[in-house]
Design a protein around this ligand. Structure first.
Ligand SMILES: Nc1ncnc2c1ncn2[C@@H]1O[C@H](COP(=O)(O)OP(=O)(O)OP(=O)(O)O)[C@@H](O)[C@H]1O
Length: 345
């Protein structure tokens, strides 16, 4: 649906040239929620602005439904942009206009009649749950409510894609959760494709189907959420994922390691409570698993969890146990072993 093909973007100032995007290629499929994550300066904002050519790439091409956007005339591009709604961290509402007017004015600009405008304003205020606020001014709304108005405004043009530029970064965790759920619902109910950028892994985990990780203008890792989260390859991806889990494992490891034992990190998708694998392990093998710490984070359709476990047993039995866990789809990483277990992997 959206394809970035070899996109580069240079910003030239008198003093220097900034390469904000360095040969970025990505495909966003219809109806998916695609998240781009990266630290400040990675190039996320520049890339999302290239999607609707608010930013023109220095090199490369961006396609929307197979059409090369840079080849369009100004008029064709203006029309095409109506298929791409956008929401921002700072909401971008007109302060001196009511909620109703904030949504109605852009519809008037594209030539809709008063009756149709009224119908759409009410329809989409109802979708975002703010019908009763239509005569309020933005200053009378909370951050979450302002973002809902911005979402209603974007939806009122009946776009095929919603571009979300750090849409929840200015909101508290509870409001963030509500806005993410609303985006999920919009994706599900209207089939609208969503491309979002964020610096928060929790946002990616909560709603995205696929994810790209950016650093210094490049995409360093890309794939389905489950793929990326369960076997992150790039150190930046690993750091983003680890940020979701409490630290302090080093202390636990130091304090609990006994001669001949292994400390293993188990990562899994799904609820381990449904699959009592550690109890099975204890039964099947002559190994005693001792849980040191554990944490679960919710994903769009599932949970992702990590357990830090001390395995007590001889080398042969521990090896069999690790093989068994792998067969069950659990990723195992030996963090520390002593004595004869140093060689087990
Ligand atoms: N208009 C501009 N002029 C010059 N340099 C720019 C301009 N816009 C962005 N840059 C530079 O391009 C690089 C990428 O910036 P960009 O805003 O896309 O990153 P980002 O990942 O969105 O960061 P943030 O989360 O802080 O917004 C940065 O080095 C930035 O300084």
């Amino acid at each position: 649906m959206i394809e970035f093909r070899n996109i580069s973007k240079e910003f030239k100032t008198e003093a220097q040239t900034n390469l904000a995007l360095d040969r970025v290629s990505l495909k966003v499929n219809q109806r998916e929620i695609y998240g781009i994550i990266g630290h400040s300066g990675a190039g996320k904002s520049t890339l999302i602005r290239v999607a609707n050519l608010l930013e023109k790439p220095t090199a490369g091409e961006v396609f929307f439904n197979g059409e090369a956007l840079t080849k369009l005339t100004a008029e064709e591009l203006r029309k095409k942009r109506q298929d791409m709604g956008m929401i921002f961290q700072g909401f971008h509402l007109l302060k001196t206009a009511t909620v109703y007017e904030n949504i109605a004015l852009p519809l008037k600009l594209v030539g809709l009649n008063a009756l149709e405008i009224k119908k759409r304003v009410h329809q989409y205020l109802s979708v975002v749950g703010l019908l009763e606020k239509e005569q309020a001014y933005p200053s009378q709304l909370s951050g979450g409510q302002k973002q809902r108005v911005a979402i209603a405004r974007a939806l009122s043009h009946r776009p095929k894609v919603l571009l979300c530029d750090e849409a929840t970064s200015a909101l508290d965790p509870e409001t963030t959760e509500a806005i993410l759920e609303l985006l999920n619902q919009i994706n599900r109910d209207f089939g609208i494709t969503i491309l979002l950028i964020t610096h928060e892994m929790s946002v990616i985990q909560r709603i995205c189907d696929r994810v790209a990780v950016m650093e210094a203008g490049k995409v360093v890792e890309e794939g389905s959420l489950l793929q990326v989260i369960s076997s992150p390859k790039h150190p930046t991806t690993q750091k983003f994922i680890n940020s979701q889990f409490p630290s302090g494992a080093e202390n636990l490891i130091e304090n609990s390691l006994h001669e001949g034992h292994l400390i293993v990190e188990l990562s899994f998708v799904g609820n381990v409570a449904d699959k009592p694998v550690l109890a099975e392990v204890a039964k099947k093998f002559d190994v005693y698993p001792n849980i040191l710490s554990g944490n679960m984070v919710p994903l769009k359709k599932d949970h992702y969890g990590k357990l830090l476990v001390e395995l007590q047993g001889n080398q042969m039995e521990t090896k069999k146990c690790l093989r068994y866990l792998k067969e069950k789809g659990i990723r195992t990483e030996i963090l520390k072993g002593v004595g004869s277990h140093e060689a087990v992997s």
